[in-house]
Design a protein around this ligand. Sequence first.
Ligand code: SD4
Length: 347
Amino acid sequence: MRINRRNFINLSSLGIAGFTLQGFVNKESMQVQKPIVIATWDAGLNANKGAWEVLSKGGTALDAVEKGVMVTEDEISCCVGLGANPDRDGHVTLDASIMDHEFNCGSVAFLEKIKHPISVARKVMEKTPHVMLVGEGAQQFAISQGFNLESGKLSESADKTYQQWLKKSEYKPVINVERQNSKNANSQLEDKYKAPTRFSNGDWNHDTIGMVALDANGNLSGSCTTSGAGFKLRGRVGDSPIIGAGLYVDNEVGAVVATGQGEDVIRVAGASAVVEHMRQGKTPQEACRLVVEKIRRIKKEKAADIQVCFIALNKNGEHGSYALHNGFNYAVHTNEGNKLIESPFSV
Ligand code: SD4
């Protein structure tokens, strides 16, 4: 954090001596300035730019996290949105969730042929008494709200990867493990089950954008959108649309979003668990670390074959992350610019 004059005055008015606080929050990863937005993976850099257009004009964190991840949903080369990898039957099925500073939340799962699932999730939150809609019902709702039904045709790169996968058509999806950085990755799986870690177009096998933001008014919101796991069983739903697992926001404490093997995020109510550690006074990074380590303990030797990562932002604008394995990064946008940060990791 850099203490500028304005920050110093704000802190002083809280009765906190500037030098004391500076001593406390002088790590690079900690900032008290707002607005701020953080997003998963390198795709987060572009997504942050979309969010920043809202935040820099004094817009709400809720609008920012919707607009931000829409950028990624539009990027056909990326693994989010309709350009993403299909399930094992060749259909792209999408999950998304959004949550604001007042515990309002909405999500969609197993949604097909709709370009911006995050915006449908927001409509679920704002226009229905429900939190979650899935499958055909979610699609019908989207159409009723004016969303176009798209063709369902695979993007060129997804089709190429799918054709390649069809040759064997047989493995369990393993999300996000970079084999060259983690020599144990995939080690427990027979060859035929091993997932490709890099696609022919050079993209990593990560399929999610998660974003959390703090706006100029000091309110937090979060969003998450994904195609889940490439070549998953038809009907599989991950953590991303599950409030409390893939995403959680408590405006008194902080906001957290997850990426990686959704099944293992769900079983520990991941994002909510990270928020609760922050409530107990842990820094965002330490809170993320505690939940990642819990997953590692639960998975035992199978932890070698999965990746799980959390990013967290607290009420003071301090941010942090933690991943099970090497290779995870996240993008941070503040008044000082937009940059990618390599995440600390467990093994
Ligand atoms: C899921 N958590 O559906 C998502 C996948 C993911 O990067 O984050 N991939 O399990």
